[in-house]
Design a protein around this ligand. Structure first.
Ligand code: TYD
Ligand code: MG
Length: 461
């Protein structure tokens, strides 16, 4: 067969060039040309005779489809984020910052799965066999019948996988892989994409589940996991603050299950331990009214999680006061502050505002608006919220508090952790029956109502 010369394709306009250039002639974009291997040989450019005239069968939505089989690792937090386990023949991407614990997590999951009798291969392109072995020994998993290899060249890997046909293969990491079809260096967009595509195709064809580990990179020449997100069936991100012990595994895409699920782990001496009740971890004894602190009952996927939101308002020595946010959206904080200024007359002029979500969790729900406002007002008035109070609700620009979904689940979780007072949007009637839940629920219609509770503490506070 004639070997085709590789081509360079502009990533923004799609034009094809014979050689690399810094600027695409067609669209003028800089640094957009990426080397690619042409897919079709010269004789294959036309549809093959065999396929011509072959009809396809259409079917209806109803039919007998067997439920998806799943490989369960026994690490419940991991299995749940995958949607109940890893689906055979699927491709999974596990991304995260370097050093966050991706290799540790996947080694634990792989070893646990191997112990259940599945054939599992762990290919490391970053560490030597000895390093992986000593880590497994530290994790207490040295006995697991896991097959190891240290290899980075895709050709031999695929050949070996084709002959062994394992149930699961872990590739740590995709940025170390390279295929000799491309002259680009390992870790470049072209190499990462070509290798991920090849492995995904292998997964579909042979029914082997493939896990690709990818480092998140801030910038530079190394391609991040984003470039392969669209190819794989599920994308999980492993996040956390290296200064904190716990880590969050977050599902951001899943073709076989729900997304937005989180799994919580704690990194310790012997690897990652599951945290089945994250609320107690994130709260850490802040139930009893501290100034500038509010407990938010949020939802992470299908799970309610309680977190503490802390605010501090301090006189600013700067001409432009500082607004610093950790764990929440800065734009949203500006909006809540603007509503407090415009509708409730609380001025932040000349004051620094700091907002922190305790424990390193990142919150993206608008339902946290009311809790943020409560923490800010508490700091502004130098008064704590009533003890054992949870807060949630979305704030509209008019200052009206809007209802949020899953009120019952949020309140139940709070009750389980000993909270007996809630501040929620007016009109919420979706809460557990009075008889079984000892709750006093303060219904807040407008943000001004919340402010007035601080000016004159309410009778039920
Ligand atoms: P690692 O899994 O190598 O991270 P990644 O693959 O995402 O780059 O984990 C690295 C960190 O985890 C390292 O700083 C040490 C820490 N660690 C522990 O604290 N306890 C353990 O048992 C293990 C195996 C690692
Ligand atoms: Mg690693």
């Amino acid at each position: 067969m004639v070997k085709l010369a590789n081509v360079f394709v502009c990533q923004s306009c799609g034009s094809v060039h014979g050689k690399w250039a810094g600027r695409c002639d067609a669209c003028g974009g800089w640094n957009t040309l990426v080397e690619e291997v042409p897919e079709l040989g010269p004789g294959q450019s036309k549809p093959s005779r065999k396929n011509r005239g072959r009809g396809i069968q259409f079917t209806g939505l109803q039919g007998d489809s067997a439920p998806l089989p799943r490989y369960q690792t026994g690490i419940a937090e991991f299995d749940r984020v995958c949607g109940g386990g890893i689906v055979p023949g699927s491709a999974l991407l596990v991304g995260g910052d370097p050093g966050i614990g991706k290799s540790t997590l996947m080694l634990q999951a792989a070893a646990k799965l191997a112990l259940t009798g599945k054939s599992v291969i762990y290919i490391s392109g970053e560490e030597s066999i000895d390093q992986v072995r000593s880590r497994a020994a530290r994790l207490g998993l040295a006995e697991a019948p896991l097959q190891l290899a240290a290899e980075t060249s895709l050709g031999p890997i695929i050949d070996a996988l084709k002959s062994t046909r394992p149930d699961l293969v872990i590739m740590d990491s995709m940025q170390t892989l390279w295929t000799e079809n491309l002259s680009a260096a390992p870790g470049t967009v072209a190499q990462v994409r070509a290798c991920a595509q090849e492995l995904t195709r292998f997964a579909k064809k042979y029914g082997t589940a493939v896990v690709l580990i990818g480092h998140v990179t801030k910038d530079g020449q190394i391609a991040g996991p984003r470039v392969v997100e669209h190819m794989v069936d599920a994308v999980l991100y492993f996040e956390g603050d290296r200064a904190h012990q716990f880590r969050i595994l977050r599902g951001v895409k899943n073709r076989f299950g729900p997304t937005d699920e989180i799994g919580v782990f704690e990194m310790g001496e012997r690897g990652l331990a599951e945290v089945p009740n994250p609320s107690s971890l994130f709260l850490d004894g802040c139930e009893n009214g501290t100034i500038g602190s509010a407990v938010f009952a949020g939802m992470e996927g299908t799970r309610p999680v309680l977190t503490e939101i802390q605010a501090l308002i301090a006189p600013s020595p700067l001409g432009t006061p500082r607004r610093a946010v950790v764990g929440w959206d800065g734009g949203r904080l500006a909006m809540v502050m603007a509503v407090l200024e415009a509708r409730c007359g609380i001025s932040f002029a000349g004051k620094d505002v700091y907002l922190n979500v305790a424990g390193g969790l990142k919150i993206s729900e608008p339902a946290a608006d009311l809790a943020v406002a409560a923490a800010l007002i508490s700091s502004a008035f130098d008064q704590p919220l009533p003890p054992k109070t949870v807060v949630f609700g979305e704030i509209a620009l008019s200052g009206t508090i809007r209802q949020v979904s899953r009120t019952t689940a949020r309140l139940k979780e709070a009750q389980k952790l000993g909270f007996n007072h809630a501040m929620i949007a007016a009109g919420e009637n979706d809460h557990p029956a009075k008889s079984q839940v000892e709750y006093t629920i303060a219904k807040i219609g407008k943000l001004g109502d919340l402010v007035r509770r601080f000016e004159a503490p309410s009778p039920d506070a």
